[in-house]
Ligand binder design. Sequence first.
Ligand SMILES: *[C@@H]1O[C@H](CO)[C@@H](O)[C@H](O)[C@H]1NC(C)=O
Ligand SMILES: *[C@@H]1O[C@H](CO)[C@@H](O)[C@H](O)[C@H]1NC(C)=O
Ligand SMILES: *[C@@H]1O[C@H](CO)[C@@H](O)[C@H](O)[C@H]1NC(C)=O
Length: 376
Amino acid sequence: MMKVLLLAVALHLLGLSAGQICSEQREALRTLRQVQKILGEHEASYLRGMRSLNRRLNQLRSHLQKDGKDSCPPLKPPRHGRMLGGKVKVGHEVHFLCYPGYRLLGSETRTCQDNRTWSGLTASCAESPTNSSNLRPARCSSFQGTQHCTCEAGYVIQPGGLCQDIDECGLFHGSLLAKICVHECVNTPGSYHCVCPQGYILDSSQNSCQDIDECESEQNACAGGQICVNLYGGFTCVRPECPKPKHNTTYLKTSAHQCERTPCHVSSAACLDAPHSISFHYIAVQSQLPVPRVLFTMTAPRSLGDSQRFTITRGKGQRGLEVRQAGRHRGELILGKSLSGPAEVQVDVEMAEMSAQGVLGRHIFTVTLFVSQYPF
Ligand SMILES: *[C@@H]1O[C@H](CO)[C@@H](O)[C@H](O)[C@H]1NC(C)=O
Ligand SMILES: *[C@@H]1O[C@H](CO)[C@@H](O)[C@H](O)[C@H]1NC(C)=O
Ligand SMILES: *[C@@H]1O[C@H](CO)[C@@H](O)[C@H](O)[C@H]1NC(C)=O
């Protein structure tokens, strides 16, 4: 449009006679100034528009870059199911549930991984065959021509006025943290209950299992002369024995858990070198115990030397068991690696009483660790 206007002005000027020039020239100049003004305004508006457009493009770009950096692509809830958790940032989890009558295929839980992909497989809900024993009629009432149906607690309404039992046990199946029962879940019409393995009772919360102390409850759990040791999920009977006499060295049982060396003949080096005492310790732990954990603390009953030195003499390095000096007169037996049960681990820890002259005497702690089958 501008070009046409300028051309018109130029042609107009060319066509003028000399006499007309003076007044016509002023007229033309005024027109030119107006055209220039219009042009200037157009230019300014155009630049403003460009700047604003550029700003918006920049905003959009930085937004897209920020979002993409630590997020996974959005996920959709499955058909006939729900998705719990909508955060798509790295480290977040989403969970999938299916409506009653459908069962989940794929992963129940998916995590947004460091490389911005989802772990696991796409979740979908497949129709599961209806189980007529899980159905019961709904209670329906009519009000002003509209029917309204409800189900008892633990049931969910289905098309056709039926109520289907909710399988509570299946709701969070596979997710350890959200497990309904620590051990086993049994679905019942309208409800569920938890079951514990033998040796445990259901605690008051009705979903965890508590160990039964058989040594407390059953008087004759062990035969006479034996010691009853309560374990997680059971018990065992032990009878600590002193070493048989050997090389002029004899031990006497001084308590149910302890043997002491009888005085040595001054000429018997083997006897003088043998441990002064041997004590027996039985420790019950659960499977998969968080580590590191102090299992047992050892101190000298009466200290002869300046300090005690602790070392594992039998079963060294066994299943992550270590001994640590916890002070001049104190040592600790430490579980450094998580153990899976059921298992039994035995170590001997020697406590040597030290003085400037050397070893004054030695004591042996025989420690038996009983690891249960379950982590409770
Ligand atoms: C992303 O990381 C996970 C686990 O670190 C790995 O299994 C998967 O193959 C990776 N995916 C891609 C596309 O790199
Ligand atoms: C139906 O449900 C009952 C009780 O929950 C169960 O014992 C039975 O095995 C189920 N039948 C089928 C075909 O799933
Ligand atoms: C046992 O004691 C006798 C003396 O009572 C001694 O002659 C013998 O060498 C000792 N045996 C050992 C193995 O120390």
